[in-house]
Ligand binder design. Structure first.
Ligand code: GDP
Ligand code: MG
Length: 173
């Protein structure tokens, strides 16, 4: 069973159910081919390239298919990942707490060089906000995380997010 696509930079999306992980992946990769599956752990991946001025990053973006509750499978899921996007929903404080747990787990057990991003999704619903941007931003700063608020619905900052990550991937050429 091969879960690594040659020449692709593995990126995993983590976070509580319903925060918008699948929506973010689909918004960014719109219409692209889902070409890898790991059905035993209910994960799938979509490939998408990001063109930088003098480099190209081919992302294999892994998304869980609603299997977030099987936490024990997580290490299989994020093994060999170069980047992780930990998503919470700005209108659900509990999802922020779960995101912090993911960050801590990745920092303790994941590859030390993994690029971790903390993402507050559903920024279009700011009238129902439960997580202050400043608080999350400060947490991200203290933990060396990229931080953005996004909306998979409007597309706000979705491209930015993947470009910022791509820029941090060391040039392999
Ligand atoms: P997942 O379980 O983390 O993969 O979450 P989904 O991508 O399935 O999204 C869960 C629900 O939130 C769906 O009804 C989405 O339409 C909705 N959703 C996802 N992203 C956004 C967003 O940025 N804004 C709003 N308003 N709804 C969103
Ligand atoms: Mg999903």
């Amino acid at each position: 069973m091969s879960i690594n696509i040659p020449n692709a930079t593995k990126l995993v999306i983590l976070g509580h159910t319903g925060v918008g992980k699948t929506s973010l992946a689909l918004r960014f990769t719109q219409g692209e081919f889902v070409d890898c599956q790991l059905s035993t752990i209910g994960a799938q991946c979509i490939t998408k390239s990001v063109e930088l001025p003098d480099n190209q990053i081919n992302f294999a973006i892994w998304d869980t298919a609603g299997q977030e509750r099987f936490h024990s499978l997580a290490p299989i899921y994020y093994r060999n990942a170069r980047a992780a996007i930990v998503v919470y929903d700005i209108t659900q404080k509990q999802s922020y707490e779960i995101a912090q747990r993911w960050v801590e787990e990745m920092q303790q057990q994941g590859d030390k060089k993994i690029i971790i991003s903390l993402v507050g999704n559903k920024s279009d619903l700011s009238e129902s906000r439960e997580v202050k941007m400043k608080i999350a931003q400060q947490y991200a700063q203290e933990n060396n995380l990229l931080f953005l608020e996004t909306s998979a619905k409007t597309g706000e900052h979705v491209e930015d997010l993947f470009f910022k990550i791509a820029e941090m991937i060391p040039d392999s050429n």
